[in-house]
Design a protein around this ligand. Structure first.
Ligand SMILES: C[S@@+](CC[C@H](N)C(=O)[O-])C[C@H]1O[C@@H](n2cnc3c(N)ncnc32)[C@H](O)[C@@H]1O
Length: 273
């Protein structure tokens, strides 16, 4: 396991993922019933942008740093929750800030040191459970939650060559155990072929009610670069599909090159891939 999210925190891909995550969580929290959130690949929770890892890559300069100055209205909520000038909040800290008493957050992180950092950060928080374990395995072990309402973020590092296949298998098992769960899966777009295969596998698996939200920073011509990314969502909550397009457009306007694009699609056999 070489991947450490501290080198990438607050980059353009994180902004796409987290702006959509905040909107999804808000839509789910509009209902009073308790919510369970599972973050299968949690990272360390929140990141120091002055630390050596962040400054070495400087990736946040092309991400959150471009949004914090007079953010567009559609991104105001996310930017306000994202931290201060020197800090960027990852998915655990973003979700924690939104939880109401009675809601619960389970965080899985396989990397020993990162899991320990996560434990220190949320030590004594009765609403958070931290597991140093494989996130895909947790999909089986922790679902369905007793709350019967759940948001599951699957955000792996794509270090494994079989990550797309692992996602398809993990989602299939998890959805069968928890058919009403809202699943959000982040995916990179370097070139389209693996994404096309992921979409085909999900359509074939017969999981209904799937949408994709994508921002392309540029056309995917150079497969060595992260040309865009998306979040695939199963069972998007009421209100999210109206809230998402302005968020995607605002992200494209601030973060993409002039030939970039953004959009939301319902995944069917006919969806252009
Ligand atoms: C992209 S980062 C997560 C970022 C985080 N979700 C956020 O949005 O702030 C992926 C994380 O998954 C961890 N990881 C890698 N393989 C894992 C596995 N099989 N199970 C759980 N965590 C894993 C990595 O150590 C890394 O911290």
């Amino acid at each position: 396991m070489n991947y450490r999210h501290a080198f990438h925190a607050g980059n353009a891909a994180d902004c796409v993922k987290h702006a959509l995550l905040v909107s999804l969580a808000r839509a789910m929290l509009a209902k009073p019933k308790p919510l369970f959130v599972l973050d299968t690949h949690a990272g360390i929770g929140s990141y120091d942008l002055t630390a050596a890892e962040a400054t070495r890559t400087g990736e946040f300069h092309n991400g959150i740093a471009k949004l914090r100055h007079s953010p567009p209205e559609a991104l105001e909520d996310f930017v306000a929750l994202s931290g201060t000038a020197d800090r960027y909040n990852g998915s655990p800290a973003l979700i924690r800030a939104l939880l109401r008493p009675g809601d619960r957050l389970a965080l899985c992180e396989l990397h020993k040191e990162d899991a320990a950092t996560l434990r220190r950060r949320f030590h004594g928080d009765p609403q958070i459970q931290i597991h140093q374990r494989d996130g895909y395995e947790a999909l089986t072990a922790l679902l369905p939650p007793p709350e019967r309402r759940g948001l599951i973020l699957i955000d792996p590092p794509f270090e494994r060559t079989d990550e797309f296949a692992a996602i398809t298998a993990g989602l299939g098992v998890a959805w069968r155990k928890f058919r009403t769960g809202v699943f959000a899966i982040w995916y990179p777009v370097k070139h389209r072929a693996p994404v096309r295969d992921l979409f085909d596998a999900i359509v074939t698996s017969a999981i209904p009610d799937v949408i994709t939200c994508e921002v392309m920073f540029r056309p995917p011509l150079d497969p060595a670069r992260l040309n865009g990314c998306g979040v695939l969502i199963v069972n998007a909550p009421y209100g999210f599909t109206t809230a998402a397009p302005p968020i995607l457009n605002a992200l494209r306007d601030r973060l993409a090159e002039p030939e970039g694009s953004a959009g939301i699609s319902v995944l069917t056999e006919e969806t252009p891939k």
